[in-house]
Design a protein around this ligand. Structure first.
Ligand code: AMP
Ligand code: GLY
Length: 418
């Protein structure tokens, strides 16, 4: 990495990943006058396809790129950032070693224990016998988590010992797939949840933004967990003081520890926090932007997104401009009926221009272009975002814009940011 690392003009940027988060990252960097060409690897949705060139050979495309942004956790856990950095590329995304903060809950618990970070008390078991013994010691209610990447589905809140034992047996039985060979039992914390996003260039750490996401499928936080049905940024009630406390007691110690042991973290660290009576506690780390939080947060950024991401990847974060609007952004996910279960695909989605004309930003997730139309192509299909001076105004505007959407096969929550 060169020491003089000003973000070049006329830049070519490669985005790895093809969901709503990546569409938002692509749209954000495209706002920069310094970005000339976007490439996307991963079979782009209709939104990405409209603004980026599709590439299939990541290494070859990266060799022509001034900046590579890796969106999802999968390629990070597999070491894509390591490989591209070894080839001399400027990469936004942590090493496989650091990505264990997301790919292994046991690793994160280990880091928490070493550093004494505020988090739920936990026990890690490697066999059914050990897990059942640990369960006896902890009692219910208890949170049972499969280790490894389980796409947010590897967590069971057990209220009774019977439920807990069943969840442990399921996890050990492979109910969560490959992720279930190890199980983490955790004390159940209570309080509002906040997602805090920090940027790290391997040395300098800066707070990016906070958000609250809505994980349950239906209004009133009913129904099954999903990847997220909407979000608001900043997270209501998350004061500057609480943010600073979480940065000081949780995020900075973690990133400093990684740097000290020679595995500096480069990218965004997403801390899932619970604001308990004893202060912010860490629920989990993710090594990427949240989806849909990413779509919502970048709408608040008023400085140059490309310069910021480049500086993070190139080790010059300290002096990079980073300003966000004081107002709020609210984003609503439109999903196919049936999500998070099986869904119909291939339905035309109309009215998108009208939604945008009403002042909202439209990010695609599970869509594909065909014959000049946008067709549904997944569970979560769109995230629509509006900003405003207050949460109430942003919320009003996003739902007003969404009245222009014409897709009978879609549904959304009506109570995001209420
Ligand atoms: P995770 O997969 O670790 O993000 O957990 C998914 C969700 O489960 C979190 O967003 C929380 O809502 C909840 N959760 C996880 N761990 C705990 C805990 N120790 N106490 C209470 N809720 C938890
Ligand atoms: N919206 C939650 C996540 O991206 O993990």
């Amino acid at each position: 990495m060169s020491s003089v690392s000003e973000a070049p003009s006329g830049a070519r940027v490669l985005i790895v990943g093809s969901g709503g988060r990546e569409h938002a990252l692509a749209a954000a960097v495209k706002r920069s006058p310094k970005v000339a060409h976007l490439m996307v690897a991963g079979g782009p949705n209709a939104g990405l396809a409209a603004i980026a060139e599709e590439v299939t050979d990541i290494d070859a495309a990266a060799a022509t790129a001034d900046l590579v942004i890796i969106g999802p956790e999968g390629p990070l856990a597999e070491g894509l950032a390591d490989r591209l950095r070894a080839a001399g590329r400027v990469v936004f995304g942590p090493s496989a070693e650091a990505a264990q903060l997301e790919s292994s809950k046991a690793y994160t618990k280990h880091v928490c224990a070493i550093l004494g970070l505020p988090t739920a008390k936990a026990e890690i078991a490697e066999s059914l016998e050990d897990a059942l013994a640990a369960l006896k010691r902890m009692g219910a209610p208890v949170v049972v988590k499969a280790d490894g990447l389980a796409a947010g589905k590897g967590v069971v809140m057990a209220e009774t010992m019977e439920e807990a034992e069943a969840a442990v047996r399921d996890a050990m039985d492979g109910a969560f797939g490959e992720a279930g060979h190890r199980v983490v039992l955790e004390e159940k914390l209570t309080g509002p949840e906040v997602s805090l996003f920090a940027l790290s260039d391997g040395n300098v750490v800066r707070e990016f933004a906070s958000a609250r996401d809505y994980k349950r499928a239906f209004d009133g936080d009913e129904g099954p967990n999903t990847g997220g049905m909407g979000a608001v940024s900043p997270a209501p009630g998350f004061t500057d003081e609480l943010a600073e406390e979480a940065m000081t007691t949780i995020v900075r110690p973690t990133l400093d520890w990684l740097a000290d042991r020679g595995t500096p973290y480069i990218g965004v660290l997403y801390a899932g926090l619970m604001l308990t009576e004893d202060g912010p506690k860490l629920i989990e780390y993710n090594v990427r932007f949240g989806d849909p939080e990413c779509q919502i947060m970048w709408e608040r950024v008023t400085s140059d997104p490309y310069e910021l991401i480049y500086a993070t990847a190139a080790g010059t974060l300290e002096t990079a401009p980073l300003t966000l609007s004081d107002g709020s952004a609210v984003g609503v996910v439109v999903a196919a009926n049936g999500y998070p279960g099986p869904v119909e695909k291939g339905e035309p989605i109309r009215g998108l221009d009208e939604v945008a004309a009403a002042g909202a930003a439209v990010f695609h997730a599970g869509t594909r272009p065909e014959g000049g139309e946008v067709l549904s192509n997944g569970g979560r299909v769109l995230t629509v975002v509006a900003t405003g001076p207050t949460v109430a105004e942003a919320r009003r505007d996003v739902y007003a814009a969404l009245t222009h959407l014409d897709w009978p096969g879609g549904r959304m929550r009506t109570d995001i940011a209420q």
